[in-house]
Design a protein around this ligand. Structure first.
Ligand code: G3P
Length: 478
């Protein structure tokens, strides 16, 4: 199949006047699967202009009606789960079952957002003046939450649908309009998801989706004066965006190097199962993947043996067959992973499997005795390669975790809850999971990174709040 999919603006599907397209390469076949429009800056301007107008009347639409439309979109999205999942399989090589789960999870997220929105936006505050020194009770302050305007959403390739709706739904329930720039890999799945919002009957221009080359419209979008908020998930591009963006709220999630600390008293079967799930699901292409295991020397041999036994069970192959390990998203990504593996090999890491690659498909690898001079100790492979560092004290583990420029999540395995809490407090990450692999969900939990892992906090409630401003009206009594 080789078609050029239209972009979505002003409630209509359009061809770009550029007459150019961007190719989406199937990671498995490495040939062109789909093409999308290469939108021009002029088309971006037009889309943002329309979004600005559409937002004004949307903000006046009753909150319950906004919620009703979101519930409708959620239901339609779930009905379309199979065709959307098929796109995810072809565009980003997500295992078939996980692709369906992503869409269903997205429908649930949209519904939850509608419910949460009517509650938190249905409430304001009432303050009186005489609590502050020098004031009489002559001022009544009423606060409510008002929308920001046009929200720009930029999700990454690994969740083109879920990390798009996690930005769209909060923006829309809060009375904003939204412009989506999907990742190239996953753009067609995203367009199909946008079609579900179209079918739900949102006003024209309220939600739009522009596709194209980052070099042509990337900076143009993020620096656009008509954009009032950016919600971005992805790599270090986010750091560049935050330097260039104007005085607008930013929500950024930029990856991680999530550490898994395993203590001597840990349930090693539980730890091993979570390390493999956390390290290798979607072939390690998750910001919250376990990206380094820091295990106490005393239990290291046993743990590594158990992890290896689990790794051996992973199936490797095409996403259509629902294999655990599927081709990584692009050739350049596979090359980058290979670079990290070769560096570790050269510097003497212990390989439990032989390094094997066919095209973008990389067989799962567990590297033991990794040392801090190896790149894999610090960099995120975003692939099915997991380094193990043996530690002789808990402090050593915490220090390694905190020396990272990332600080997304981390996890600790121990049966001692007091130690778990102390270690969680000491780890400089946005979230610490006790006795489980890192994960963003459930989607209403707060999700945030420290340091280079991002700014702001996501999760349904936090996103809704972040996409609003407080407005006060003060009644002055005589
Ligand atoms: O990589 C994206 C990040 O948001 C991870 O999400 O659900 O895989 O923990 P999840």
């Amino acid at each position: 199949e080789d078609r050029v999919f239209k972009y979505y603006s002003d409630g209509e599907w359009k061809k770009s006047s550029s007459r150019k397209s961007v190719s989406i390469i199937n990671p498995t076949t490495r040939s062109v699967q789909f093409r999308v429009q290469a939108c021009t800056q002029e088309e971006v301007n037009k889309t943002i202009e329309i979004a600005k107008v559409a937002q004004k009347s949307w903000a006046k639409t009753p909150l319950w009606k906004r919620a009703e439309l979101l519930h409708k979109a959620a239901a339609i999205l779930k009905e379309h789960k199979n065709p959307i999942a098929e796109c995810l399989v072809k565009e980003i090589a997500k295992p078939a079952k996980d692709a369906v789960t992503e869409v269903v999870r997205s429908g649930d997220l949209v519904s939850y957002c509608a419910e949460e929105g009517v509650r938190i936006l249905g409430e304001g505050k009432f303050l009186v003046s005489d609590s502050f020194p020098g004031n009489e009770r002559t001022k009544y302050c009423l606060t409510s939450k008002i929308p920001l305007g046009v929200v720009l959403a930029i999700p990454p390739f690994n969740y083109p649908v879920n990390l798009a709706v996690s930005k769209i739904a909060p923006a829309i329930i809060a009375g904003n309009s939204l412009v989506l720039k999907p990742p190239t890999q996953g753009a067609v799945a995203a367009l199909h998801m946008v079609h579900c919002f179209h079918l739900a009957g949102f006003p024209k221009g309220l939600i739009s989706c522009v596709t194209g080359k980052g070099s042509e419209i990337g900076d143009f979008l993020t620096m656009h004066p008509g954009v009032n908020c950016i919600s971005f998930t992805g790599g270090d591009t986010g750091i560049a965006i935050s330097k260039k963006a104007g005085m607008i709220p930013l929500q950024m999630e930029l990856g991680g190097k999530d550490a898994c600390i395993v203590l001597e008293d840990a349930d090693l079967d539980l730890a091993a199962a979570n390390i493999v799930k956390g390290g290798f699901s979607y072939s390690g292409q998750r910001c919250t993947a376990v990206k380094v295991v820091l295990v106490m020397e005393f239990v290291a041999d046993t743990l590594v043996q158990k992890v290896n036994a689990e790794v051996a069970k992973l199936t490797v192959g095409p996403p259509e067959d629902d294999c655990d390990i599927t081709p990584v998203v692009t050739e350049s990504s596979a090359n980058f992973i290979e670079g990290l593996v070769m560096d570790a090999k050269q510097k003497g890491a212990t390989f439990y499997q032989e390094y094997k690659r066919d095209g973008n498909l990389i067989w799962p690898l567990l590297l033991d005795n990794v040392r801090p001079d190896m790149r894999i100790a610090w960099e995120e492979p975003f692939g099915p390669v997991l380094p193990v560092i043996r530690i002789s004290s808990v402090e050593e583990g915490i220090n390694h975790c905190n020396a990272s420029n990332f600080g997304l999540q981390g996890c600790v395995f121990t049966r001692d809850i007091n130690k778990a809490i102390l270690i969680s407090d000491a780890m400089e990450t946005g979230t610490v999971q006790i006795n489980s692999a890192p994960a963003r969900g459930p989607d209403h939990f707060p999700f945030q990174g420290l340091k280079d892992s991002g700014v702001g906090s996501q999760g349904i409630t936090n996103s809704i709040n972040m996409m609003t401003k407080v407005k006060s009206v003060v009644i002055n009594l005589p």
